[in-house]
Design a protein around this ligand. Structure first.
Ligand SMILES: Nc1nc2c(ncn2[C@@H]2O[C@H](COP(=O)(O)OP(=O)(O)O)[C@@H](O)[C@H]2O)c(=O)[nH]1
Ligand SMILES: [Mg+2]
Ligand SMILES: [Zn+2]
Length: 290
């Protein structure tokens, strides 16, 4: 067997596109493994036979951005494989900033071995200073304030993407594709409003692999409504809420959920103004439904 390997940059029904040394090949599954072809994800590294144009095997995944399939308990759906970084894209407004979604993406990033960063777009819509609720994220993960239309913050974001594979994820309409276009204007990715029926004709329909510069790839994803159920995530919740976790050592019970338990130091901290009550509520929501 001739030993070629490459990266999956697009997945279609019954076929995938694999890039190797800058050349893109369309390949079918032709592995000798019994049973159905494995489910490939964008970013997968595969071994293939260039002569027969078939994928022979999928190499072990270094990282994965995944969620559980709601209708198949225990089975995960890998959205992107082998990415280094998750750029959580949110907007200050239009659509409104949703901390619960940011926290969920962070949890999924930690669960899959990706490093999360937060890019808050549409700063042109800010009236007055940065909202404290958003600014507080700077204590939890790297935070970039950006504006895809005016270009604010892009030169600071660029080095954060250099030499790595980054996934851009966030709700539809926050400006993910606009940001990629602003970083590489010649790309002209489709951007626009999502209609009420959820099918904007001018928005990203599938994940797109974009070579930003040599050694830097960004993967633009369609608006993911929710990444609920990242496998193995709940054990990592303290990394999403270090401010909550800091107080938990003082709780009477080591498995305190900081809800109704007596002797809860976290609740006491929130009541004393040492911890944001909104952060505690967010922690409890995510802990109850990761
Ligand atoms: N005001 C403002 N609008 C923006 C900005 N970036 C993107 N938009 C608009 O937001 C809408 C959604 O952008 P798009 O890139 O398609 O979002 P995506 O669904 O996250 O890829 C489009 O109408 C964009 O023109 C920005 O920095 N400021
Ligand atoms: Mg898009
Ligand atoms: Zn507690």
């Amino acid at each position: 067997m001739s030993g070629a390997t490459g990266s999956v940059i697009a997945v279609h029904r019954g076929e995938c596109e694999v890039v190797r040394d800058g050349e893109v090949l369309a390949l079918r599954w032709g592995g000798r493994r019994a049973g159905p072809a494995p489910e490939l994800a964008i970013g997968d590294e595969v071994a293939f036979d260039p002569a027969r144009r078939v994928v022979l095997d999928v190499l072990p995944r270094r990282t994965r951005l995944a969620r559980l399939r709601p209708r198949f308990p225990g089975r995960e759906h890998v959205l992107v494989a082998n990415a280094d970084r998750l750029v959580i894209v949110a907007s200050v407004d239009d659509p409104p900033f949703r901390p619960g979604a940011v926290d969920r993406f962070m949890l999924a990033a930690f669960a899959g071995g990706l490093e999360p960063i937060l890019a808050v777009n549409k700063v042109d819509l800010l009236e007055g200073g940065p909202p404290p609720e958003i600014a507080a994220y700077a204590e939890v993960l790297p935070l970039h304030w950006v504006c895809a239309t005016r270009g604010d913050g892009l030169e600071a974001l660029r080095p954060a993407l250099r030499g790595a594979r980054s996934v851009l994820a966030g709700h539809s309409g926050v400006g993910k594709s606009s940001l990629v276009n602003a970083l590489r204007p010649e790309l002209r990715l489709a951007t626009g409003r999502v209609t009420r029926h959820g099918r904007g004709r001018h928005t990203t329909a599938r994940s797109e692999w974009i070579q930003l510069e040599p050694g830097s790839v960004v993967i633009d994803t369609p608006g993911v409504r929710s990444i609920a159920g990242a496998p193995g995530a709940i054990a990592l919740i303290d990394r999403v809420y270090p401010d909550v976790a800091r107080h938990a050592a003082g709780c009477r019970f080591s498995d305190c959920a900081h809800a109704a338990e007596p002797g809860c130091a976290v609740r006491a901290a929130a009541e004393a103004g040492e911890l944001s009550p909104a952060r505690l509520r967010a922690f409890r929501r995510l802990a109850a439904d990761p």
